[in-house]
Design a protein around this ligand. Structure first.
Ligand code: FAD
Length: 491
């Protein structure tokens, strides 16, 4: 870098720097290219980059990621027993290796570099940093020992460095999960799955060992509304129903009137409800009776109930029960509203996981942020009143939908950006320094970037460690360990 600083100005400097930037296997970049950067390397970041690179030959994309490792929730959210979902990593890897794409891992935007500094350096900045915050229930007892957010619990079993020390207490027999979405079912499944299944996945060894010792035998999954409003999808429900050595434990009263309403439901909802109804009422067959008599683990939905308090034990040292308010529904279908009946009930449990959703957080005071919706306010991915600033993924829409939904909304953001290039709304007339000036800033601030080949060293070591243990990978659990491997010449 120092040598280039001594060069005179303008185009020559940019051309030199562009050459310097190219990595082995990547051809030199053109200084006249439109320089775009993406903040966050989850599905949103990669899909937005992919669309831009494919649609335009004159666009370069740099992807900045806070952690030394890419892929966001594909690595740290998707359940370890869903390896097929993680196949998207293959196409993300192709994008990262594209000649006009560069990965800048271990760079925390908002802390190491401000969004304003990125806007100075790039023609366009796309914020795709996801929803790393946690929705809280706002009820007494929420912070008691034994109560965990699903975000932390999932992060713990998936090796998210910030959750490494969670060490959830799995000694209680009954766990209550608050929320009935797919994440809630992921947590329930991990708590109840036979170890023989889990040990062949990329779940961390620490989580596997804790689950081996787990005493949890019963998981109740609580939701405000009824069986016809449940937020999970059929795949996740089917996995629960088929979980070996477990049986469903539902309340028949929750299903009154459900079979009569089935014919009016839209098809996906109908199939989901049919399966649920079947699992709730099936205990009449011999096989099911036999299953129920054995000492199997159990799980069940608890519908029409809202948590109002997490109750402590007598010395206040940890959770002992969840107090639930019983609801009735007003209206029907998806729009039905839960209304309190005034009735309360306590469910004794020693472990509570609140799975009521993720939320995006502001990372830089200079970026518009809607605190009520917890998103960056935008129109088709164009951030309000901030030309050249875009957003995609969960930061754009809120934390809903699967990877395919995120892909579509990210493609839409890329299309908006391309439209703005074509219409002249995005000013690309002056050359921009792109990563070169940011690299200078990082060097001054002592931040060491992780490149994609660096990540591949981490990836390779994790896979080899996993292979020796009969699993697809054994994840590194600290940023320090990741950086150490990234810095080695050969592993
Ligand atoms: P993320 O995946 O969260 O990516 C955001 C990235 O930004 C992260 O890498 C983060 O480290 C980075 N970042 C954050 N802050 C900064 C910063 N300041 N500077 C730089 N980088 C930053 N979908 C499915 O299709 N199938 C599933 O089985 C499935 N399972 C899921 C399980 C869980 C527990 C969760 C929570 C979600 C699951 N999803 C699943 C949904 C899927 O994960 C999301 O649709 C998708 O990950 C959203 O992508 P994103 O890029 O917006 O956010």
């Amino acid at each position: 870098m120092r040598a280039f600083k001594r060069l005179s100005t303008g185009g020559t400097l940019l051309a030199w720097k562009s050459k310097w930037r190219s990595q082995p296997g990547k051809s030199p970049l053109s200084s006249s290219n439109t320089k775009v950067c993406v903040v966050g390397s989850g599905p949103a970041g990669f899909y937005t980059a992919q669309h831009l690179l494919k649609a335009r030959q004159d666009v370069e994309v740099d992807i900045y990621e806070r952690l030394p490792v890419p892929f966001g929730l594909v690595r740290f959210g998707v359940a370890p027993d869903h390896p097929e979902v993680k196949n998207v990593i293959n196409s993300f890897t192709q994008t990262a290796k594209h000649a006009r794409c560069h990965f800048y891992g271990n760079v925390n935007i908002g802390k190491d570099v401000s969004v304003e500094e990125l806007r100075q350096a790039y023609h366009a900045v796309i914020l795709s940093y996801g929803a790393e915050g946690n929705r809280t229930m706002g009820i007494p007892g929420e912070d008691l020992p034994g109560v965990y957010s699903a975000k932390d619990f999932v992060g713990w079993y998936n090796g998210l460095p910030s959750c490494r020390d969670l060490n959830p207490d799995l000694s209680p027999e009954t766990a209550v999960i608050l929320g009935q979405g797919n994440v809630a079912l992921d947590v329930a499944r991990i708590l109840l799955s036979p170890i023989d299944i889990l040990k062949k996945t990329d779940i961390t060894q620490a989580a596997l060992e804790a689950l081996m010792e787990s005493k949890v035998r019963r998981v109740l999954i609580v939701g405000r509304r009824g069986p016809m409003q449940v937020a999970c999808t059929i795949k996740e429900l089917r996995e629960m129903v088929k979980l070996p050595a477990t049986r469903p434990e539902m309340l028949q009263a929750d299903f009154v009137g459900v079979s009569e309403a089935l014919s009016d439901l839209p098809r996906p909802r109908k199939r989901l409800t049919e399966l649920m109804l079947k699992s709730a009422t099936e205990l009449s067959t011999d096989e099911e009776r036999e299953r129920s008599h054995q000492n199997w683990r159990s799980w069940g939905f608890r519908f029409f109930r809202s948590p109002v308090q997490i109750r402590p034990n007598s010395d206040g040292s940890r959770v002992e029960a969840v107090r639930l308010a019983v609801n009735r529904l007003e209206g029907s279908g998806e729009a039905a509203r839960a209304v309190l009946t005034g009735e309360l009930e306590d469910v004794t449990c020693g472990l509570v996981v609140s799975s009521i959703g993720y939320k995006s957080l502001p990372i830089d005071p200079a970026v518009p942020f809607d605190p009520d919706k917890a998103i960056v306010p935008n129109q088709m991915g164009r951030v309000h009143q901030a030309p050249g600033l875009y957003c995609s993924g969960w930061l754009k829409t809120g934390p809903t939908g699967v990877i395919a939904t995120t892909m579509n909304n990210s493609f839409d953001t890329a299309k908006s950006l391309i439209e703005d290039m074509d219409s002249g709304h995005l000013d690309t007339s002056a050359a921009k320094s792109g990563a070169e000036s940011i690299t200078d800033l990082l060097a001054k601030r002592g931040v060491k970037r992780v490149t994609f080949p660096d990540w591949e060293k981490i990836d390779d070591l994790e896979r080899r460690k996993g292979e020796a243990m009969g699993k697809p990978r054994e994840k590194m659990l600290t940023v320090e360990a990741m950086l150490q491997v990234a810095r080695t010449e050969k592993v």
